[in-house]
Design a protein around this ligand. Sequence first.
Ligand code: FMN
Length: 166
Amino acid sequence: MRSPSRTTTATRLVLEQVREAERGAEVELLDLGAHRIQLCDGRPLADYDDATRAAVEQVCRADGYVVGTSVYRAAYSGVLKNLLDILPADAMADKPAAMVATGGSRDHYLVLDYALRPVLAALRARVTARVLYADPGAMPDREPSGEFRDAAVALASELVHAVQRA
Ligand SMILES: Cc1cc2nc3c(=O)[nH]c(=O)nc-3n(C[C@H](O)[C@H](O)[C@H](O)COP(=O)(O)O)c2cc1C
């Protein structure tokens, strides 16, 4: 991710809206651009370093997720897949998840539905119907447009309702 990351901005926006929609909700950002997570090689979780296990624990203790990614080569990012690979298989099971992506063009707006949704479904997360995709027009000068903010509000609302029902 480059700094300032558009993906972090978009993901933070949805997290802020979750906090707005559910007063008192505890919201944490796990920024994979800032964490040094080891590469998944199939070893037991206990054998990864402290930073990697701390990231996994942060995921495990959450009741719901906003999963944000940059689009890389018509898919979601490798650092996200690496973390998903390290997670215990049931870490996200039965927990609601909303997906957010930023891309360099409109061409790959289906990445969330065609690439990330099946992976989260395999982890048995309850993925929201709505997704949030930002092409460069959605965040001119890296500032979310009004339309994009509205879409973030709608996504956060769907996620909060799903967490309340879970
Ligand atoms: C290695 C690489 C591959 C990329 N591949 C795509 C792509 O296939 N489709 C696309 O729309 N954008 C692509 N992009 C553009 C990024 O998705 C876009 O700039 C994104 O907003 C970057 O997020 P960030 O600011 O959080 O790093 C690519 C960027 C990089 C660095």
